[in-house]
Design a protein around this ligand. Structure first.
Ligand SMILES: C[S@@+](CC[C@H](N)C(=O)[O-])C[C@H]1O[C@@H](n2cnc3c(N)ncnc32)[C@H](O)[C@@H]1O
Length: 320
């Protein structure tokens, strides 16, 4: 049987850092509290403040953290306490309402519901008749499916930009523009979905996965093992951004934000030789011209494809 857990939310104008400290101590020492949610902003509020920047991944720049802090201070304080036992949660709630002038709400959550809710967000995604992304918990997988265990790495295939990158790569391969022994770089690999797709679709390509975020690299490694069990992985390499040494590649995926694509311009271009394809995404369609201009200043290239899905865009260029 699935266990339930208890979530107790405390809020109110009288919630100060002093009584919060006292409450936290008591929750852990007297009521077997399992954890406290640190931020007093809820996830949707954080996403709203970050806007497009929420998409970036990796370390948040200092100015973004300051924005969040400012917003958090303006908000009414709230704190969420988690208890493995609903009895402990109820006792804590009773204690707070009897001893503090604060608002206390509690809810009983089922681990099973949480799992079901979570899984609802990750459905199979069909990119083309040969390319399907399947969450790892689905019972049936074809050998050609990209299996993704949704973890800390961005890239389940559901985001427009990932989808566009998969679609364009698939089309290019079908048009015979990718050679079987090509070298592919997945710059900002996240879950590894794009590099894994390249290897699934064209078994002999060499793929290098690179990301700035260690959690993403762990998730990427896990996904590679899921997709290529018992296979020789000699032509796959995973590397952290700070250890990355550029070489020349035939194809580069770069699904990151506009500001990162601009900041990393020299690095991306140092990986290009004549005829290298670079597939940019992570940009809004309104940012396409800015990206094109930024690269055109320093490199001559042909635009091979431009695709839009929702507000997002992908741009495939070929360096001359
Ligand atoms: C939008 S996600 C893309 C993930 C995956 N490639 C996809 O298409 O779904 C962008 C990724 O770039 C990584 N990233 C951000 N800045 C980076 C940088 N300067 N160098 C390398 N990776 C970076 C983030 O950690 C994140 O995993």
């Amino acid at each position: 049987m699935e266990a339930n857990y208890s979530r107790v939310l405390i809020s109110g104008a009288l919630l100060t850092s002093e009584n919060l400290n006292e409450l936290e101590q008591l929750a852990f020492t007297e009521f077997n509290c399992e954890g406290v949610e640190e931020s007093n902003l809820i996830e949707s509020e954080v996403d709203e403040i970050l806007g497009e920047r929420a998409f970036c991944g990796g370390e948040l720049p200092e100015d973004v953290i300051l924005d969040l802090d400012r917003e958090a201070q303006g908000n009414n304080q709230k704190k969420i306490f988690y208890f493995n036992s609903t009895i402990d949660g109820d006792l804590f709630k009773k204690f707070v309402s009897e001893n503090f002038s604060l608002t206390v709400e509690s809810s009983e959550e089922s681990n099973q519901d949480w799992n079901i809710e979570w899984k609802k967000h990750f459905k199979p995604i069909e990119v083309s008749e040969d390319l399907r992304v399947m969450p790892s918990f689905y019972p049936h997988h074809e050998k050609s499916d990209i299996i993704i265990n949704p973890g800390m790495g961005f890239g389940t295939g559901s985001h427009e930009t990932t989808y566009l990158c998969l679609k364009i790569f698939d089309q290019l391969l079908k048009a015979g523009q990718i050679n079987s022994y090509d070298k592919v770089l997945d710059f900002g690999c996240g879950s590894g979905i794009l590099g894994i797709a390249a290897k699934k679709l064209s078994a002999n390509v060499t793929v290098e996965f690179m990301d700035i975020d260690r959690d993403a690299l762990r998730n990427c490694t896990e996904n590679i093992m899921l997709n290529f069990p018992n296979e020789d992985l000699g032509n796959l390499k995973i590397v952290a951004r700070d250890r990355f040494v550029s070489q020349k590649y035939n194809f580069i995926f770069a699904n990151i934000l506009l500001n990162v694509l601009k900041l990393e311009k020299d690095s991306i271009l140092s990986c290009c030789a004549a005829n290298t394809y670079v597939l940019f995404s992570g940009i809004l369609s309104s940012q396409l011209e800015e990206l094109k201009d930024h690269y055109l200043k320093v490199v001559d290239y042909a635009i091979i494809k431009e695709e839009i899905k929702g507000d997002w865009a992908a741009l495939l260029i070929q360096v001359k």
